[in-house]
Design a protein around this ligand. Structure first.
Ligand code: URA
Length: 250
């Protein structure tokens, strides 16, 4: 009896192990940023759900091939999407069940725009689209100027702005330069920063700082905050170049 109780308790702890309020078993402590980081960035949510961490660890492994990498990216995007969409407004909706009238709720799926940053964001957008099939999709293309190192916009297509929530998706938040350029692009076209959410897989705190300093109202969701950037602006330990691994270009 005692053993069954202990088993149920540890399962409960495992299921609830997210930074946003659940209990943290000691085994997931290493993926949790320090309380001071979370305090410094109230716009940052680190989703440390065991399933996400499990899948992310397989993605980090250099032995993981393109097919599985893409599949896991889509799966994690779907799981992260659950947290990202938690604050969406719902409207009351009455439906008839086979036996009675039920009062339920509905989100306005037309008010969501998923915006991948090309290329690697495309893999994440697929997962989020599975979760919200009627959401619109925009696209942002950026390249890094070899001299200035700044992110330059070469493609930008979004629906007419009309108070929708824009979810920017990009797996790697490294320097924050391309994310900043993507947010700048949306704001320039009339999107309010509080209507922008960022969904990313692996971040470094410098990137979070760069984006948050200019746009403190943009909410950022990530599955991990890694140690640092190397001299080539790759995240350490990270998972390498997400675009190359997704599209087998190296
Ligand atoms: N973009 C990537 O794909 N990987 C990194 O580590 C940093 C930026």
């Amino acid at each position: 009896m005692l053993r069954t109780l202990a088993k149920s308790l540890s399962l409960f702890i495992l299921i609830n192990s997210t930074v946003q309020g659940g209990l943290l078993p000691s085994k997931t402590a290493s993926v949790t940023p320090s309380p001071s980081i979370l305090q410094a960035f109230p716009n940052l949510t680190v989703v440390t759900h065991p399933l996400i961490q499990h899948k992310l660890t397989i993605m980090r492994d250099k032995a993981t091939g393109t097919l599985l990498f893409g599949q896991l990216l889509r799966e994690i995007a779907l799981l992260l999407g659950y947290e990202v969409t938690r604050s969406l407004a719902v409207k009351e909706k009455i439906v008839e069940t086979p036996v009675a009238t039920a009062k339920g709720f509905a989100i306005d799926e037309n008010e969501i725009v998923i915006v991948p940053i090309i290329r690697a964001g495309l893999g994440m957008a697929d997962g989020l689209h599975t979760l919200i099939p009627t959401a619109s999709q925009g696209h942002i293309g950026l390249y890094r100027d070899p001299v200035s190192k700044q992110a330059i916009e070469y493609f930008f297509k979004i629906p007419t702005v009309n108070n929708q929530t824009f979810i920017i998706v990009d797996p790697m938040l490294a320097t924050g330069n391309s994310l900043l350029a993507a947010i700048d692009g949306l704001v320039k076209r009339g999107v309010a920063p509080e209507k922008i959410i960022v969904m990313t897989l692996v971040s470094v705190i410098d990137g979070v700082r760069t984006v948050s300093a200019k746009y403190p109202k943009v909410r950022i969701f990530t599955a991990a905050v890694d140690e640092k950037l190397n001299d080539h602006a790759y995240i350490i330990p990270g998972l390498g170049d997400a675009g190359d691994r997704l599209f087998r270009t190296k």
